[in-house]
Design a protein around this ligand. Sequence first.
Ligand code: HEM
Length: 537
Amino acid sequence: MDLSGAKVQELMEFGIPLIEAPVVSVTFTVLALLAGTLWYLYRPYWAVRKVPGPPSLPLLGHLPLLAKYGPDVFAVLAKTYGPVFRFHMGRQPLVIVADPELCREVGIKKFKDISNRSIPSPIAASPLHQKGLFFTRDARWSTMRNTILSVYQPSHLAKLIPTMQSFIEAATENLESQGDMTFSELSLKLATDVIGQAAFGVDFGLSKPKAGNESANRMSHQQNDIEVQDFINQHIYSTTQLKMDLSGSFSIILGLLVPILQEPFRQILKRIPGTMDRKVDQTNQNLTRRLDGIVAKRMKEKSLDSKDFLSLILRARESETTSRNFFTLDYISAVTYEHLLAGSATTSFTLSTIIYLVAGHPEVEKKLLKEIDEFGPRDQMPTAHDLQHNFPYLDQVIKEAMRFYTVSPLVARETSAEVKIGGYILPKGTWVWLALGVLAKDPKNFSEPDKFKPERFDPDCEEQKQRHPYANSPFGIGPRACIGQKFSIQELKLSMIHLYRKYIFRHSSDMEKPLELDYGIVLNFKHGVRVRAIKRT
Ligand code: HEM
């Protein structure tokens, strides 16, 4: 600003302060930055501001509410704000849907426009987890899903029964001699072994009690044990780091609060020794290397005649060009790994909760034992048909346990076009999450929802007849629902039949009540399910 002396005098007389050019430009820059930051922080909220929800803090959003109420926060908010409401995971608003009919609308009727999943910050930091079926999108997802579906034919699942049965038998020998045991640890090893065999064709040998008296085999077993244990430890580390709250690595936390900074910070932090980001990155790199190695070796083997999931995908992929283009080595590794991940934690959690709940309900146990005993001699292995039709009460027990403890209480989806749900217009890119856990505890569909009552799923029960068909959907809804549903139900039923033919279970004296849970991508136990097995005569 170049002002003559007279002009300066004149301005000062009117009390107008003089502002130098650098001050103006600095002020302007600060204001622009502030506006940009506010726009960045509030833009996602602005798009869905008409959806009701509690007031949220800048950056933190509703995370303090999550800390206060734990996962019950969604049931609490549904009561206050209705079946469609906003919950801000840091900066990111989620539109939560907590009504079975609206969930059907999102999952099936409007699937065309809500077919992808949103990618939460822990996954955004993990390329390994992003390339599985769960997070792939659009055409790549449908091609991958169709190829994988061909592997899930009922006839193929039926062929897996003897394999599953042999793992279950080996893992559950002499449980009575163990006294108080952490059943959830055993069931995680068992489920990992079963899926390891089914997915990779590899026996991890985690759940078998170690014989260890043949010295010739001992060395190679020990070597194998170390490698397998290492692989599994890395798998568990990589999985448990996928936290949804504020306990993950620094870049993951940043991803919740200011997503734009997540990737640059991850790139820097992964190079700094001692950071959690570095450890997560190295673990994921190691796992990726190992998985790629397994896949590359299997691809080289000329005869792909084994029945494991990996070989079947490789074969299915060979027969179709589109599938070959999409299913590159890194995606095959990721999908196979995803099976290990999705198939072990969920199934083992469910088996452990069933054992926990049945042990605390003697009247349920009595009815279950009767059904299992009446099926036939104890060494008669059930067929796929038996499992489907001849254990109706077991069916009810499993459904009720999965309702009671919904292992995956939230299902993540994202709109790919503007869409109207429950009267609210949601723009393209809105994160829409189905609150399966809230549906499962809604007294409108489940009388006394906090009671464990398998009979509520009896087809002749009035409550069952009147209930909305999607009120209990632990495996999700529509074309994007769990691909491993039949696999895990088969494994759960075989395990339950075998276990209750041999044992009943009682809670250990140090088993906390109620069960305490940890909330990651799926539910887990804080301390585990502790029981004592009593041998049946
Ligand atoms: C008790 C056991 C299990 C439960 C409760 C469970 C639950 C779920 C849920 C809720 C979803 C999201 C569905 C949706 O968006 O509507 C899902 C997806 C998925 N599950 Fe499972 N799951 C279980 C076992 C398994 C097993 C054994 C496997 C593999 C063998 C598996 C593989 C998958 C995959 C790959 C997806 C992603 C599907 C897609 O996006 O197309 N799950 N699961």
